[in-house]
Design a protein around this ligand. Structure first.
Ligand SMILES: Cc1cc2nc3c(=O)[nH]c(=O)nc-3n(C[C@H](O)[C@H](O)[C@H](O)COP(=O)(O)O)c2cc1C
Length: 330
C-alpha cells in the first residue's frame, strides 16, 4: 500500500517476464501442464488436464507435482525481481485451481535468491552417469531443511539401496513392456523434437548409457553413444516423500522438487528427477521399504557431478501466451 492507499502489484510486462523465466520449470515428460491467469492483482495457477499422461499418471499426481515445481519457479522469479509472494494453495473446491498468489514489494533481494533465480536457466535434467556430488556434506543438510519447511520428507538413500532401486526400476519397465497405452504415450512425448514441449532426442540416452545409470526411465533410446566413457553412475539417490497422497501433498512435493533442484544447480551439481518407479504400485512399495521414516515416495532424484560441461541444447518450452491469460486491470 502506498501513501495514497493503492496496493502495489506487478505490471503486465513484469508478470510476463517472470513467467517467461519460470516456464523453464521441470515437468513430467515436459508436458508443462499449467495455466496461469493474472487479473491485475492476483496470479492464479490452474492445472491443464488436457496435458495429463492418461496411462502413466491417471490420478494427476505427477501433473500436480509439475505444477508445484512451476509454482516455486514463479515465486523465485518474482522474488529476484523484487516481489514477495504469498500463496494460497487449493483456494476453492475446483480441482483445477491449484493456487493463488498475492504480491507485496520486497524490502530487499538477497544474494541467495538471485543465485537461485540464476540457476533456473542453468538447470536441466541430466540422464547420463554422474560422479559423486561434490561438497555433498555441505549441500545435503540445506536440502533437508528446505524439504522440512514444505512438510515433505527428504531422505538420502544409503549406497546399499542402489541395487534394490535398480531392480525396482527394471521391474517397473518390465511390467509395462507390452502395455500399448504406456508405450504410445511415452513415444508421443519423447524423442520427437516437437518445437514447444516433450523430451527431445538430444536429452535422451543410448541403451548403453541407460545401463550405466541403472535406475533411469527407459525412454525411446538415443543413437548408440557413451558420452561419459566407461563411467558408472555414482550419483546420490534422494527420495521426496509425503504423509499422504492428496493434491496438497503433490503440490508441496513439486515445490520442494523445484527448490531442491535449484539449490543443487546453484551448488554446481547435476540432477535428474525420476518417477517411473513410483508409477507402478509394486516398485513404489520397494522405495517405501528403503526409507527409514514412514512416507509415501513421490519422486526420486539423482544428484551428482557432471564430469565435463556436457552442454545439451535446452529442452523446448511453450510460448508464455499459450498458458497465461492477462486480464485488464480492474
Ligand atoms: C514430476 C516429474 C517427473 C519426472 N520424471 C522423470 C523420469 O521418470 N525420468 C526422467 O528422465 N526425467 C523425468 N523428469 C524430468 C522431465 O522429463 C524434464 O523436466 C523435462 O523433460 C524438461 O526438461 P529439463 O528438466 O531438462 O528442462 C520428471 C520431471 C518431473 C517434474
Amino acid at each position: 500500500m502506498d501513501a495514497i492507499g493503492t496496493v502495489r502489484v506487478p505490471d503486465h510486462p513484469t508478470v510476463q517476464a517472470a513467467l517467461s523465466l519460470a516456464r523453464r520449470a521441470p515437468s513430467v515428460h515436459n508436458t508443462q501442464p499449467w495455466r496461469w491467469v493474472f487479473d491485475g492483482h492476483r496470479l492464479q495457477l490452474y492445472r491443464d488436464s488436457s496435458r495429463r499422461l492418461a496411462s502413466a499418471d491417471p490420478q494427476s499426481r505427477q501433473l500436480t507435482i509439475s505444477c508445484g515445481a512451476m509454482l516455486d519457479h514463479v515465486r523465485t522469479a518474482f522474488a529476484a525481481a523484487g516481489w514477495d509472494t504469498e500463496v494460497t494453495r487449493l483456494p476453492d473446491t475446483s480441482p483445477d485451481h491449484l493456487a493463488g498468489i498475492d504480491f507485496a514489494p520486497a524490502h530487499a533481494v538477497s544474494d541467495s535468491m538471485r543465485e537461485r533465480a540464476a540457476a533456473i536457466d542453468r538447470r536441466y535434467t541430466d540422464r547420463l552417469p554422474m560422479l559423486p556430488p561434490r561438497d555433498w556434506e555441505r549441500v545435503a543438510p540445506a536440502l533437508t531443511t528446505t524439504a522440512t519447511a514444505h512438510d515433505i520428507v527428504l531422505e538420502v538413500l544409503a549406497d546399499s539401496a542402489r541395487l534394490r532401486l535398480a531392480a525396482a526400476s527394471a521391474q517397473s519397465a518390465a511390467l509395462r513392456e507390452y502395455d500399448p497405452q504406456y508405450l504410445n504415450e511415452l513415444h508421443w512425448w519423447a524423442g520427437n523434437d516437437s518445437p514447444a514441449d516433450g523430451v527431445p532426442l538430444s536429452a535422451l540416452v543410448s541403451e548403453a548409457e541407460l545401463a550405466q545409470v541403472g535406475v533411469g526411465r527407459a525412454f525411446p533410446a538415443a543413437p548408440p553413444s557413451l558420452r561419459r566413457g566407461e563411467l558408472t553412475d555414482a550419483s546420490r539417490l534422494l527420495v521426496l516423500g509425503s504423509a499422504a497422497d492428496s493434491p496438497l501433498d503433490w503440490l508441496r512435493t513439486g515445490e520442494t522438487l523445484s527448490a531442491v533442484l535449484l539449490a543443487c544447480t546453484a551448488a554446481g551439481l547435476a540432477t535428474c528427477p525420476l518417477t517411473h518407479i513410483t508409477e507402478v504400485p509394486v516398485s513404489r512399495r520397494t522405495i517405501t521399504n528403503l526409507l527409514t521414516v514412514p512416507a509415501l515416495p513421490q519422486v526420486v532424484i539423482r544428484v551428482g557431478t557432471a564430469p565435463t560441461s556436457s552442454a545439451q541444447p535446452p529442452t523446448p518450452r511453450r510460448p508464455v501466451g499459450d498458458f497465461l491469460d492477462l486480464h485488464r486491470e480492474r
